[in-house]
Design a protein around this ligand. Structure first.
Ligand code: SF4
Ligand code: FES
Length: 296
């Protein structure tokens, strides 16, 4: 077969292939549109049948889609069930009304820290916040916004990069003074010391505390409550030894460290893991003072 004929055959095959892939893409889009119609219909029926419904007003913003770059709020009606969380309501709205509604979530049990949101004016985890615990949940609209003081990427998703940088700045890893002799032997800690740091180990890196902090909002370099709590977790761990503790204190004593905290308690109030953040910051301030006392 001549080269020219072969090329023609290949071209024809490619055209047939792309026509068939266009066809299957169209079919898929059609199928998705039909399923969205079905879900909207299902939502209408469920709302008619529901004993109670709720109204959620959700912040929307998409800088990449023409016509959606301006921030706005969308309202969704959702059938209410006992035990429903804010995250459940968002998932319902996304699955039944608007698949482009964007928010982070994963574990749905207050462990991964990915769904910290600003609900009715307070930082909360969507999966831990029961709709029934929100005041007037059946009578008024529940307002759901992204975490304040963070750059919004899309809808309820914020850029966590700065928060992670602050966490990294305190060197958030265990750095033991001595290692046990046996390679697989556990690094033991005495019971009292474990109790002391117990609460500080519960952080799930959700960023709610940082978002609630007025100082962090005004000082971009402030380490923030979560990072200082992380420093506390290791500085108070006796297995790390005095030299390492000294290095950790040097980090939190700096200009944008513990001394920036004005004990407003906002971080402690919003922390979904009930970590006494302000208390930990105060204790590190005392440690820093002791560390700098000089006796002549
Ligand atoms: S300290 Fe609490 S609020 Fe702050 S990141 Fe950790 S779990 Fe979230
Ligand atoms: S989904 Fe993991 S903490 Fe809420």
């Amino acid at each position: 077969m001549s080269t020219e004929l072969k090329e023609k055959e290949t071209e024809a095959e490619t055209e047939t292939e792309s026509a068939s892939s266009r066809q299957s893409r169209r079919m898929e889009q059609k199928r998705q549109r039909a399923s969205r119609r079905d879900l909207k219909e299902e939502a209408r029926e469920e709302i008619d049948d529901a004993d109670d419904t709720i109204e959620i007003k959700v912040f929307r913003f998409d800088p990449e889609v023409a016509g959606k770059e301006e921030p706005r709020f969308d309202t969704f009606h959702v059938p209410f069930f006992k035990g429903m969380t804010v995250l459940d309501a968002l998932i319902y709205a996304r699955d039944h009304y608007d698949t482009s509604l964007t928010f982070r979530h994963s574990c749905r049990q207050a462990i991964c820290g990915s769904d910290a949101l600003f609900v009715n004016g307070t930082q909360r985890l969507g999966c831990k916040t029961q709709i029934a615990d929100l005041e007037d949940h059946l009578g008024s609209t529940i307002r759901i916004e992204p975490l304040p003081h963070q750059e919004v990427v899309k809808d309820l998703v914020v850029d966590m990069e700065h928060f992670y940088d602050q966490m990294e700045a305190v060197e958030p890893f265990f750095d033991a003074d001595e290692l046990p002799e046996g390679e697989l032997e556990e690094q033991r800690q005495d019971r009292e010391n474990r109790e002391k740091i117990k609460m500080s180990t519960r952080c799930i890196w959700c960023g709610a505390c940082m978002s609630s902090c007025n100082i962090a909002a005004g000082d971009n370099e402030y380490l923030g409550p979560a990072a200082i709590n992380k420093a506390y977790r290791f500085a108070m761990d006796e297995r790390e030894g005095e030299d390492r503790k000294q290095q950790r204190l040097n980090i939190i004593e700096q200009e944008h460290g513990v001394w920036r905290c004005q004990t407003q308690f906002s971080c402690t109030e919003v922390c979904p893991k009930d970590i006494p953040l302000t208390e930990h910051i105060q204790e590190l301030k005392r440690e820093a003072v002791k560390n700098n006392l000089k006796f002549w």
